[in-house]
Design a protein around this ligand. Structure first.
Ligand code: SAH
Length: 258
């Protein structure tokens, strides 16, 4: 018997990995994060599958479902939105399973920051502009560690992907404008890859008003940085004087990214 932590991806069931789909199709017991996992993805489980929505469950209740499955020797799929390693609160569950001597494995998923980048048709890493992507959030009920406050991250002018933060977009945009400039591009993607996906693009100065008008306050990804500009330097990758493992030019040793 095993618990499978499975990444449900951002919403579109076609964005499940082959392994995730296989596990869901054969699943008899599934605990899913009902607040975020799309019904279409949960719908991949067979009709007879026993479903538990973790949105209304305590850790002890999750434990009880797993103990019951252990006694019946049935695998459990623990379905987390996007990729389980990002704001998935999986560590505390793993600690419980360790105590119960229940084996577990993790199946990665497409994270919502990737689905948002796809919706924005954005490259998050652009030569000489941003070679770093930061996945972070603003403080909510979970405080931010002091050294990771938005102002410290913003100083790096990296591409920022902010989870769990759209309800504070006014504050976030204002704070970021001091570092990225008020005209820096920003994209906000509501329910990336869902049928009702919405993409709003703007600048740090006008995005809050646009999103307020659209009226969404959760399940949205914020992407900020000059990398979102359309008019940027071209990568060396396809340049005729740039050689790499698959194409010879004059001289070069740098590893290529593609
Ligand atoms: N593990 C998830 C993140 C869970 S935290 C992942 O890898 O994507 C929940 C936050 O993720 C939401 O507040 C929102 O910021 C973001 N999110 C999750 N699904 C989303 C989607 N389909 N579109 C946009 N943002 C999403």
């Amino acid at each position: 018997m095993k618990v499978w932590f499975v990444g449900a991806g951002p919403g579109d069931p076609d964005l499940l990995t082959v392994k995730a789909r296989r596990l869901l199709e054969g699943c008899q017991i599934c605990i899913y994060a009902g607040s975020l996992v799309s019904p279409e993805v949960v719908g991949v489980t067979p009709d007879e599958c026993e479903l538990h929505d973790s949105a209304g469950m305590t850790l002890e209740e999750i434990e009880a479902v797993v103990v019951d499955a252990q006694q019946r020797d049935i695998d459990v799929v623990r379905l987390h939105t996007g990729d389980p390693s990002i704001y998935g609160a999986i560590r505390e569950q793993m600690n419980v399973f360790d105590r119960l001597s229940v084996a577990y494995e993790v199946v990665p998923g497409v994270s919502s920051f990737q689905a948002a980048a796809a919706a924005l048709k954005a490259e998050l890493t652009v030569p000489e502009i941003s070679q770093t992507v930061i996945l972070s959030r603003t403080s909510g009920r979970t405080p931010m560690p002091k050294k990771q406050a938005l102002e410290h991250l913003a100083r790096t002018e990296s591409t920022l992907c902010l989870f769990l933060s759209v309800h504070k977009l006014d504050e976030v945009a204002l704070e970021l404008a001091d570092f990225y400039g008020a005209e820096c591009p920003i994209g906000v993607v509501y329910r990336a890859s869902w049928p009702d996906q919405q993409v709003i693009v703007g600048t740090l100065s006008d995005i809050a008003a646009k999103v307020r008008e659209a009226g969404f306050t959760k399940t949205a990804m914020i992407v900020v940085g000059q990398a979102l500009s359309r008019d940027l330097p071209v990568s060396k990758l396809y340049h005729r004087h740039f050689s790499h493992g698959y194409r010879q030019a004059d001289k070069d040793g740098e590893e290529t990214s593609e």
